[in-house]
Ligand binder design. Structure first.
Ligand SMILES: Nc1ncnc2c1ncn2[C@@H]1O[C@H](COP(=O)(O)OP(=O)(O)OP(=O)(O)O)[C@@H](O)[C@H]1O
Ligand SMILES: CCCCCCCCCCCCC/C=C/[C@@H](O)[C@H](CO)NC(=O)CCCCC
Ligand SMILES: [Ca+2]
Length: 530
């Protein structure tokens, strides 16, 4: 029976078989849908229409001619035909809690010509998905998380990439910063995207390599805090294989390698805020998730020498840090992000295609055009807060992760050009514990008198000790800042409880404590938040 079709883009409708059952299969290019529904035998009257499956063409992973094995042919009584014809479609199956799986269905055709027609029509539809990557550069960190990066990639991701016709050049890193350094030499034009198989630290490495390379190529000095960084067009994909994986979790909604691989195959994309951190005009680091001083800085510091514990190192260190209950004195000053239309407590989490991000970015661009790059050091009001803090956290995204499904700042936006600054002032152990536990429940973790949160464009922090002994302003010469911190610790007579914490920047410790952070650019990435 000839397929019934109308002038191209043809609506294609045929009766095909799926494991011995007849189905009416329809390809509707106009609505960009592929659907199939079981045909009930005539005799069964009045039954409700059998379940039918509908897949958007944008969610078809691959289409290929099906291999036909001998035994199947015999069992299918195809003898009266020269050769059966079938094609297999792989597509996205959405499961619970943002998890995706790759569904697969094989359609059997009665004639070869019909099979070729379907293959042609479906491949034409796939070829129109022009934003899908074809050639990827993959960095695998065999060392992060549970040290299963390689197995995760080989068993769960590579088969999907090859099914989708994606060529991947794989680099298994041999030392820390191998991926970052490699990105300065590699020929980026060859690739549609870079994939990092690892945790947040691995993503941070690739991010630094890519941004550093692009600024070097465009002769921009990232030491200049107000430099407008040039945009990176290439996208970064994450296959989660780390301990926190908060960048992946906060964008995709889950830290599952197959889900992330499928998002990468579809070419989904999510812009992302990146903050730069400087110390007196010297560039230190970029940050996309958490820049934390105090509690999270100490948790990270305490976890570094327990890497053999894998992800549990953070829980062990978190418990120890909680018991020590240190607080730190210093001065925080910041400029509010005036262009944003959201606020950290509006309970409007960032979602795919987020309206708040889009609107805020538009208003940010208008503001920047108005003030044409004076924007960076516009002297509009700085708010200054001196005090004793348990934690100072600046987050560019929610920092949702398996430990805290809603994150440090649940309503932080991925691409609104701002960061949420959370100040947790000195409080009792019990109150601090209540605040922490709120991160794992639905209750509002900001609902405490000792917690303040602001949506900022930038901020600065100076620990108490550096205010008094700042080498520039005193005649003590070149004694390094660290020594004064040391002097303080060595002399028990000193009143401050503990000198300084360290900054946790996306899971790596910064060696400076007095810093300036500013929200820089919106970067493109290969992953979509669901
Ligand atoms: N081959 C390697 N050997 C040693 N260290 C490496 C290697 N490759 C990468 N690294 C470093 O390991 C650090 C940790 O990796 P990663 O962040 O992926 O895992 P993690 O810290 O367990 O996860 P998370 O950051 O999500 O908590 C990164 O800072 C990275 O620079
Ligand atoms: C008694 C119950 C208390 C429950 C407390 C739950 C609070 C969890 C908040 C989790 C915040 C994660 C912020 C993510 C930061 C990442 O860039 C960084 C690198 O991956 N991870 C850590 O620093 C690891 C940080 C780990 C902190 C525990
Ligand atoms: Ca942000």
């Amino acid at each position: 029976m000839q397929p019934e079709y109308l002038p191209f883009p043809a609506l294609l409708c045929s009766v095909l078989s799926i494991s011995r059952q007849h189905y009416e299969v329809t390809l509707d290019p106009g609505r960009a849908l592929l659907s199939w529904r079981k045909l009930r035998p005539r005799s069964v009257k009045g039954r409700t229409r059998a379940g039918s499956v509908t897949v958007p063409l944008t969610e078809i992973v691959s289409v290929e001619e099906a291999e036909i094995d001998g035994k199947y042919c015999n069992s299918m009584k195809w003898q009266h035909m020269c050769k059966p014809h079938a094609f297999t479609v792989r597509y996205i199956k959405r499961m619970k809690k943002h998890r995706w799986r790759c569904g697969e269905v094989t359609f059997w055709c009665s004639e070869e010509q019909m099979c070729c027609h379907w293959l042609q029509a479906l491949n034409d539809a796939l070829n129109q998905q022009t934003h899908r990557p074809k050639h990827l550069l993959v960095y695998i960190n065999p060392y992060g998380g549970c040290k299963k990066g390689k197995q995760i990639y080989e068993k769960k991701v590579a088969p999907l990439f090859s099914a989708a016709g994606i060529a991947a050049d794989v680099v298994v890193t041999e030392y820390a910063n191998h991926a970052r350094d490699n990105l300065y030499d590699v020929n980026l034009e060859k690739y549609d995207g870079i994939v990092c198989v690892g945790g947040d630290g691995m993503f941070s490495e690739v991010l630094h390599g890519l941004i550093g390379r692009v600024q070097k190529d465009s002769h921009i000095d990232h030491n200049n805090p107000s430099a407008c960084l040039s945009r990176c067009s290439i996208r970064i994909g994450i296959v989660p294989a780390g301990s926190t994986d908060c960048v992946c979790y906060a964008t995709v909604g889950i830290n599952d390698p197959v889900t992330s691989a499928l998002h990468i195959i579809l070419g989904d994309c999510q812009p992302l805020d990146v903050c730069s951190i400087h110390h007196k005009k010297n560039f230190l680091k970029y940050s996309v998730s958490l820049l934390g001083y105090g509690f999270y800085g100490d948790v990270l510091k305490g976890s570094e020498n327990n890497r053999w514990l894998g992800p549990a190192r953070y829980d062990f260190s978190g418990f120890k840090t909680f018991l020590t209950h240190h607080w730190y004195e210093g001065t925080v000053s910041f400029q509010p992000a005036k262009w944003v239309i959201g606020s950290p407590r509006d309970n409007k989490p960032c979602t795919s295609g987020c309206h708040v991000c889009r609107q805020s970015s538009k208003q940010l661009q208008e503001l920047q055009k108005e003030q044409n790059c004076r924007f960076e050091h516009s002297e509009e009001e700085w708010t200054t807060i001196k005090g004793k803090f348990m934690a100072i956290n600046a987050v560019s995204l929610s920092c949702a992760c398996p430990r805290s499904p809603k994150g440090l700042s649940p309503a932080a936006h991925l691409a609104d050009g701002s960061a949420d600054l959370i100040l947790v002032r000195k409080c009792s152990r019990l109150n601090f514990l209540r605040h922490l536990i709120r991160h794992t429940s639905k209750k509002d973790q900001f609902e405490f008198p000792f917690v303040e949160v602001y949506r900022v464009k930038n901020f600065q922090f100076t620990p108490k000790h550096f205010e008094e002994y700042d080498t520039e302003s005193t005649d003590i010469g070149n004694v390094s800042k660290k020594n004064f911190a040391q002097i303080c610790t060595d002399h028990p007579s000193c009143v401050c409880s503990h000198v300084n914490s360290s900054w946790n920047c996306d899971g790596e410790t910064l060696d400076q404590t007095a810093i300036e952070m500013s929200d820089k650019k919106v970067k493109r990435r290969l992953l979509l938040m669901t």
